[in-house]
Design a protein around this ligand. Structure first.
Ligand SMILES: *[C@@H]1O[C@H](CO)[C@@H](O)[C@H](O)[C@H]1NC(C)=O
Length: 241
């Protein structure tokens, strides 16, 4: 290859790692696409949240207006696929950094919080429990973010079958640890989907708060993706029935 071409490639790589960003902007319920921004509060910007004490860590901030008033119905035990893309516009065509820059390694996590009304704007004081996490698989060396990249931005999340029927916010999060050897450094990308769980049981999972569930000293908030061989995602254990 010619040196000028290599130089261009390295410039492009440098530029893409600076703008390595992602947005969760759509859901699929048991294989049915709801549509871009339907039942999801989509942030206008693909910039990360980095301050764990900010209320922006709950469901992100500055949403595309109008926010969807749809609450997606899902039977307990069903599967919601969260769909991430490079920008808040969703999939707009081939892009080497869609759904995210592949060098932007880190975990993917999902939480639920029961709410009286999934369209309520106030998200403070909610009680969250974790239902999914994909950190670093020690045998395949793949991160949650690698699976997101391989699967074109989709991550399947099973709604626990024993969950109480009712409305919930589903908070799905990708964390980039590319620059996370100290805090602040990790980059948090999350949105909240508005869902109604039908059927189910009477589970009472233990909960955590946002902000609060993650602090600057929590395990998994700092990491060295270039040398670490094991990794534990932040937050509580995954709730199972
Ligand atoms: C998600 O589940 C659907 C339906 O079972 C399946 O077709 C798809 O391959 C799964 N996607 C991923 C990324 O696992």
């Amino acid at each position: 290859m010619q040196p000028s071409f290599l130089k261009l490639v390295s410039l492009l790589l440098a530029a893409s790692s600076v703008s390595a960003r992602t947005v969760f902007s759509a859901i699929t319920v048991n294989g049915v696409e709801e549509g871009h921004g339907v039942a999801v509060r989509v942030p206008t910007s693909n910039a990360p949240i980095t301050d764990l004490t900010s209320s922006d860590i709950i469901c992100n901030t500055d949403f595309i207006q109008p926010v969807s008033d749809v609450v997606a119905s899902v039977p307990a035990g069903g599967v919601i696929a969260a769909e991430f893309h490079h920008t808040s516009a969703g999939y707009v065509g081939p892009d080497p950094a869609d759904p995210l820059d592949p060098t932007d390694k880190g975990p993917v996590l999902a939480y639920l919080a029961a709410v009286p009304d999934a369209t309520q704007t106030d998200v403070s004081g909610l009680e969250w429990f974790k239902i999914f996490e994909e950190g670093l698989n020690p045998s395949t060396h793949q991160w949650g973010s690698d699976l997101l990249f391989i699967n074109a931005g989709y991550v399947n999340i099973t709604i626990p079958s024993c969950l109480k029927a009712g409305q919930y916010l589903l908070r799905v999060e990708d964390i980039s640890l590319a620059d996370a050897t100290s805090y602040p450094g990790a980059q948090f990308y999350m949105s909240c989907a508005q869902i109604e769980v039908t059927g189910g049981g009477d589970a009472a999972p233990e909960t955590v708060s946002f902000p609060g569930a993650y602090t600057s000293t929590s395990p998994g908030i700092t990491a060295n993706i270039y040398s670490d061989t094991t990794y534990s995602p932040p937050g509580p254990a995954v709730f199972t029935c």
